[in-house]
Design a protein around this ligand. Structure first.
Ligand code: DUC
Ligand code: ZN
Ligand code: ZN
Ligand code: ZN
Length: 471
């Protein structure tokens, strides 16, 4: 057998096992795992390193329109470069529909932004803003058939929020097409009511962002989304869960036998509401939705990961620059938290944070880390076993980690388009030093060696996890 590359001397870990072996790669795929594989055009010495499946970040926002005068800090080139430095080999951004738009045209527009502009592989989730008969009856089923096998819906935000009636209709399409549905669960009316009341009381600083959407807002919507999904008997992923009460709604649904899944993100482990309490709108750097909560919620999110209630750990990378007229403070003369675009960067720091705080501190095992950051993403969204694992036949999407490297996270180390990291100053142990997509290095020993455009669009199968319980 001949190989293009052999990775030798490292410790390989998957979602289930950890073992010492060589990884033989040919034609962009893993073609052998074993001892003494022989010779190859290139031998990569991984002595002392971990050889892990490349991270899959199934929740990132790239080049999405975000309101008048606001521009996202990352395009596909900068986002996928940053992701690669963070140990990722694939990202799943959203192709976001706005009311009245044809979904097919939206997808074309996002391909135009992404094609030839990616360092690592990408695939798109859809965002359904317009639950019209034409969209749900024709466009959406056709796109699911074409490999866009997941979509997100929102229960809040002007122009995005779906009514319960619309949710039920969309859920019916998810069930019929076998698409995986993702839900942003927050109560729209409650947020509007609380935001108006805060503004009337002159409470407009960024710290009130959290007050305007407290835990009850998220818990109620999570409960309602689950109840609606139960009526239709459709599986569903509750994205970006921030606290124990929403987590418990998912746990209860699972005990009723429902296929309800959960995702959490670094901000809910590492930040709290207090971070939004900065001087002169400095707190805007941490404004995201759902908002970071408190210590108790952080612990609850860790437990959710440990107990498998959350199967995904994603970044929800949604980058805006801070010191920029098109960034976090863009809307001129509008100083209320209401106008701060929601979202924070994190595609480059997701993996080191979970590795250090999770594996390093004994909260999760190395295999759980792999599951939460790669394998489960591939399984949930129809990419497994081509992506998300180290196995013969899988794409050679691999990250080499130095488990001992100590790094203080700092914006100066980042490779994306934004101008700050919410995790500035956090010390981590363990860092991804090289990232390989389909057998080709994108980042090698901390240097960018990949070519722009080498990242490919990957159409997806339907997920096993999206199959309804009953036919
Ligand atoms: N939801 C997301 O998923 N990302 C950023 C903002 C939001 O509300
Ligand atoms: Zn969301
Ligand atoms: Zn998001
Ligand atoms: Zn660099």
């Amino acid at each position: 057998m001949t190989f293009d590359t052999i990775i030798r001397g490292g410790t390989v870990a998957t979602a289930s096992d950890t073992f010492s072996c060589e990884v033989g790669i040919a034609g962009g795929r893993i073609t052998a795992l074993g001892a003494n594989l022989g010779t190859a055009a290139e031998i990569v010495d991984a002595t002392g390193l971990l050889v892990l499946p490349g991270g899959i970040d199934s929740h990132v926002h790239i080049s999405q329109p975000s309101g008048p005068g606001i521009v996202m800090a990352d395009d596909f080139a900068s986002a996928t470069r940053s992701a690669a430095f963070g140990g990722n080999t694939m990202v799943l951004p959203f192709a976001m529909q706005q009311k009245g738009e044809s979904l097919r045209e939206v997808v074309k527009a996002y391909h135009k932004k992404a094609d030839g502009q990616c360092y690592i592989d990408v695939s798109f989730h859809l965002i359904i803003a317009d639950a019209s008969d034409a969209v749900l009856g024709q466009e959406l089923p056709a796109l699911v058939h074409d490999g866009y096998t997941s979509f997100k819906v929102f229960m809040t935000y002007e122009g995005l929020a779906l009514s319960d009636m619309e949710m039920l209709k969309v859920m019916t399409v998810a069930r019929e097409t076998g698409a995986m549905m993702m839900v942003h669960a927050e109560n729209y009316d409650a947020i509007r009511f609380l935001t108006d009341r805060l503004e009337q009381a002159g409470k407009t600083e960024t710290k009130y962002h959290g007050t305007s959407r407290p835990i009850a807002v998220e818990r109620e919507a999570t409960h309602r989304a689950i109840s609606l999904a139960e009526l239709i008997d459709v599986p569903m992923m509750i994205v970006h869960v921030s606290n124990g009460q929403a987590r418990d709604e998912i746990a209860r649904a699972r005990r009723r036998g429902l296929k309800i899944y959960g995702e959490t993100c670094p901000q809910y482990l590492m930040l709290t509401e207090k971070d939004m309490d900065g001087l002169n709108m400095e707190g805007a750097k941490y404004v995201c939705s759902p908002p970071p909560r408190d210590k108790e919620s952080q612990i609850a999110c860790w437990e959710g990961l440990q107990q498998g209630i959350f199967s995904l750990f994603s970044s929800d990378h949604c980058p805006f620059r801070y010191d920029d007229p098109q960034g976090k403070l863009a809307p001129k003369g509008k100083t209320s938290f209401r106008w701060v675009p929601n979202g924070i960067p994190g595609v480059e720091t997701r993996l080191p944070i979970l590795f250090s705080e999770g594996v390093g501190k004994g909260r999760i095992s190395l295999n759980e880390f792999v599951a939460l950051t790669a394998t489960n993403h591939a399984r949930t969204y129809g990419l497994y076993p081509k992506k998300g694992t180290i196995a013969v036949g899988a794409d050679a999407d691999i990250a080499l980690w130095d488990p001992k490297r100590e790094v203080t996270i700092s914006q100066s180390l980042m490779h994306g388009g934004t101008d700050y990291t919410p995790y500035e100053g956090i010390k981590v142990t363990g860092w991804p030093i090289s990232t390989m997509v389909r057998g080709k290095f994108v980042v090698r020993d901390g240097e960018l060696v990949g070519t722009l455009g080498a990242g490919a669009y990957v159409p997806r199968e339907k997920s096993e996890l999206a199959k309804p319980r009953t036919a």
